[in-house]
Design a protein around this ligand. Structure first.
Ligand code: SF4
Length: 278
């Protein structure tokens, strides 16, 4: 059995500041070491903003040294208290792209073993592994969007919040379209996995999404676009079926080309480092 623990580390130096608890980073480190010591895998989440973006390299290197398997790096979701008081500390989409473009060469130069995914824009499976750019698909040969699930990961994962409510993931918590939310305190989890808002959500398709978004229906990038993340679309527009603007930025600014160009160059340097060409 493969047990994966997921932990949040908001930056090697910044973690304690945002948590407001002295010793929080050391406590997280101890927990990571303990779990890995028991033979389990650990993945970490790092949420980027203007205060910790400069710590990306040090944080990844630190988690790599601890033996963390994978890091999910994303920008802050602008909602709740962050939206109210801290929006000025969010990175713009251009800044998010810049942080990634500057980081990729360091990743390969540092021979990091830990894989990472950045915003769904770029995935690298370690120094020796593959890399790819996300959010790009090719629907040209196959344009039947009614057969494509709205969210490709929701069938594989679910999230239980502190009140026992089931939803597809943490960002989707409290944002389901029909609000048919059900609690494990009212019905067994087994039932929620067979008939609930979660199962209804899993039936939604890209066609359902397209029917509700005129902007996407008439967009020139429609056939290369995976329409991003439903939770991100909700956060950007304060409603279900909203457009994921970060995904839109990625498509319209041809970010995949820019990212892969940097990754290819860094990867070539990697091969030189390993002595294949020299
Ligand atoms: S690029 Fe933006 S507007 Fe165009 S299809 Fe994708 S999400 Fe819709």
């Amino acid at each position: 059995m493969h047990i994966l623990f997921s932990m949040s580390l908001a930056g090697i130096y910044y973690h304690e500041k945002i948590r407001g608890v002295p010793g929080a980073r050391i406590a997280a480190e101890k927990a990571i070491k303990k779990v890995i010591g028991h033979g389990c895998s650990v993945s970490c989440n790092m949420c980027l903003n203007k205060n910790n973006a400069g710590e990306l390299m040090d944080t990844v290197n630190y988690l790599d040294a601890l033996g963390v398997e994978f890091i999910h790096i994303s920008s802050v979701n602008e909602e709740g208290l962050w939206k109210e008081f801290n929006k000025k500390n969010s990175l713009t989409y251009d800044e998010q792209l810049q942080v990634l473009l500057e980081y990729i060469p360091h990743y390969y130069k540092g021979r990091v073993k830990t894989g990472f995914v950045y915003q769904g824009w770029f995935t690298a499976k370690g120094f020796d592994g593959e890399y790819s750019s996300g959010h790009l698909v090719n629907h040209e040969q196959e344009t039947d969007f009614s057969q494509k699930p709205l969210c490709s990961s929701s069938k594989l994962k679910a999230f239980l919040n502190a009140e026992g409510m089931l939803s597809p993931c943490i960002p989707m918590d409290g944002k389901m379209p029909d609000n048919k939310y059900m609690s494990i305190y009212e019905r067994p989890l087994k039932e929620l996995f067979t008939d609930s808002a979660w199962t209804e959500f899993n039936k939604l398709t890209k066609e359902d999404y397209l029917q509700r978004n005129v902007r996407c229906r008439s967009c020139e990038y429609r056939l290369q676009c995976d329409f991003g993340c439903p939770a991100a679309g909700f956060i950007d527009h304060d409603r279900f079926w909203g457009i994921d603007e970060k995904n839109c930025f990625f498509l319209k600014n041809r970010c995949a080309e820019k990212i892969l160009k940097v990754a290819r160059y860094a990867s070539l340097q990697k091969i030189k480092q390993k002595g294949v060409y020299v």
